[in-house]
Design a protein around this ligand. Structure first.
Ligand SMILES: NC(=O)C1=CN([C@@H]2O[C@H](COP(=O)(O)OP(=O)(O)OC[C@H]3O[C@@H](n4cnc5c(N)ncnc54)[C@H](OP(=O)(O)O)[C@@H]3O)[C@@H](O)[C@H]2O)C=CC1
Ligand SMILES: Nc1nc(=O)c2c([nH]1)NC[C@@H]1CN(c3ccc(C(=O)N[C@@H](CCC(=O)O)C(=O)O)cc3)C=[N+]21
Length: 305
């Protein structure tokens, strides 16, 4: 491997320290404790892991964590009722509804029911529109975490060729907006893109958000490019043996083939320990930002886009 490893886990720890320091000041100087409400509908095991992790890190940063676990059959009206209560609760500064939701619930409707000022995911159409027009908004956590790592690694990004693979509303599109905001020349690739390897070879910055394990190959990467791997994919790892119940053990991999990409890239994020921990750190950062805006206080520096 010749690439520099961008250590998202370590970077996330520094973001959380900044958040904790700001939270301590809000408490001591203003008597305000930021609060984050996380709503989980159903029992998806991966979602339960993330929600637990979010709750623990929220408390570790000195903030209040409110977890709402609803059963998988919860009606849309009940969920909207909860969101309405959270919107009107002055102790709650950030609201996150864990996605995906069970099929009978309309994700768009639910997301847009959240008060945009408390929308720490940045998924509300108002925040999407503000980001798209270069105005102050709540910025989606995963792309924000990627941007922070890119800025820390490169300094100024202006004029760089960036290729984002994936056009989802939660990762690909907001990532492209942020890179454009930093004056990159941005290409968004997706499943209909012709000659994806050829498109990716142009890039100084590659952000892979596809959901296909180890798809991006080393020979797609321009030598020296920076590779940000957003993918979180669980694959069978028979080399790790079997669980007690006889099922095969698994491991996490990204959307990039780490070995071959790291041999060519200038810098690369690992999976795990890359974008994932930064996503949660940015969620905490957004909660503090939302709290400061609500209180009319100055926002922490370096924690928004
Ligand atoms: N680290 C973190 O914190 C987070 C990680 N993730 C991970 O990031 C990945 C992407 O997530 P998300 O954006 O929600 O996924 P989506 O499934 O919503 O979007 C995937 C995108 O990849 C494109 N795509 C699929 N197959 C190909 C292909 N063969 N070639 C080129 N493009 C392709 C799709 O194109 P099209 O639109 O044409 O179908 C789509 O735009 C997943 O692995 C997810 O687990 C997600 C959120 C947070
Ligand atoms: N409303 C909403 N907002 C989200 O931000 C959101 C969501 N729904 N639904 C699911 C996705 C996924 N996501 C991750 C967060 C942290 C890690 C993370 O910390 N991953 C660790 C590994 C964790 C493990 O071992 O499973 C790592 O990459 O090192 C991963 C994925 C947030 N998401």
């Amino acid at each position: 491997m010749s690439a520099t490893l961008i250590d998202g886990k370590a970077f996330a720890a520094t973001v959380r320290e900044k958040v904790a320091a700001h939270v301590a000041r809000l408490k001591s100087d203003h008597g305000i404790t930021p609060g984050l409400a996380v709503v989980l509908v159903g029992e998806d095991p991966a979602s339960q892991v993330y929600v637990r992790s979010k709750g623990r890190q929220t408390v570790e940063a000195g903030m209040n964590s409110y977890e709402h676990k609803l059963d998988a059959g919860t009606s849309e009206a009940d969920l909207l009722g909860l969101i309405d209560r959270l919107n009107n609760d002055p102790d709650v500064h950030g609201i996150l509804v864990q996605l995906p939701l069970p099929k009978h619930l309309d994700e768009g409707l639910v997301t847009n029911a959240i008060d945009p000022a408390k929308d720490v995911d940045g998924f509300h159409i108002s925040n999407v529109g503000l980001l798209g027009t270069g105005q102050k908004s709540m910025v989606p956590c995963t792309p924000l975490g990627c941007l922070m790592m890119l800025r820390a690694h490169h300094g100024d990004l202006s004029g760089m060729e960036a290729v984002v693979i994936g056009r989802s509303n939660i990762v690909g599109k907001p990532m492209a907006q942020l890179l454009l905001g930093d004056s990159c020349t941005v290409t968004i690739a997706h499943s209909r893109t012709r000659d994806l390897p050829g498109v990716v070879r142009r890039a100084d910055i590659v952000v892979a958000a596809v959901g296909r394990p180890q798809m991006v190959q080393g020979d797609w990467i321009r030598p020296g490019a920076t590779v940000i791997d957003v993918g979180i994919n669980r694959i069978d790892a028979p080399e790790k043996g079997v669980n007690e119940d006889g099922s095969v053990r698994t491991r996490l991999v990204g959307d990039c083939d780490f070995e071959s990409c790291a041999a060519v890239a200038g810098a690369i994020t690992p999976v795990p320990g890359g974008v994932g921990p930064m996503t949660i750190a940015c969620l905490l950062a957004n909660t503090v930002t939302a709290c400061c805006r609500a209180a009319g206080l100055p926002e922490p520096e370096g924690l928004t886009a």
